[in-house]
Design a protein around this ligand. Sequence first.
Ligand code: ARG
Length: 273
Amino acid sequence: MIFTRQTLMMCAADYFDVTYVINHWMRGQVGNVDVQLAQKQWRDYHAIVSKLVDVQLVDPQPNQPDYVFTANAGFVIGNRMVNSHFRTAERQREEPFNQASFMSWGYELVHWPQEVCFEGAGDALLDRGNKNLWCGYGFRSDMSASRILGQIYDRPTIALHLINPRFYHLDTCFCPLEGGYAMYYPGAFDAEALEKIEANLPADKRIVVGDEDAAQFACNTVNIGNTVIMNHAGDALRAKLAVAGFEVITTPLTEFLKAGGAAKCLTLKLLEV
Ligand code: ARG
């Protein structure tokens, strides 16, 4: 295991753009990204993250405009990595690049059944207060991914059905935080999923995110220690996070929202225990 300190996998936005439509947010955005601004937003965000943790960069790939969203590359605990198997042909092209990176860093690649779609840490999030693994399904990852991950890692998994096309990956609407807290947007889930969230998260650990913040990808947050980094947070959310002991840093990632991603999507934590 080569990473002994928290390290985030990131990919510079050199080739980021919206050139196809594979989610709700990308509709009407082909040709509408200010690529210079996107690259500046990414550099500013990278500078913030770099002050808190190590960053492991991968080389941007031409014609892979979504490769910046490294959260989807895979899922790891310890030295065992699952290389994602994307739902869409556009992003399946990223899989060999991710596999090569993971192997070069010394991870053991775990066998993943290729008939099952699974989009990595976009749809699988470790609870920070217990051993639970929260899994999202309905748009990108298959429901069975949750059960398979539970077997691979010997963790209790909680499968949450996503029903709102604007929140198509779990990390767009749910964010476990240090101390066992979690931010989430109820409008993304079906009733059964909301029951599971309430059953597995004590009331005083639930940080409910409202419509406006959710639409600005507030749930798509990177949490490092007591710091949370996100595109935007309104006053009410800031107040809730402050009460829970978190320091909020916001940095504009508006160009990435056009592709359906923000702060968390642009990173993958490479050290998880
Ligand atoms: N355009 C990308 C896609 O649709 C955005 C991925 C966002 N990533 C995430 N982890 N939510 O796949």
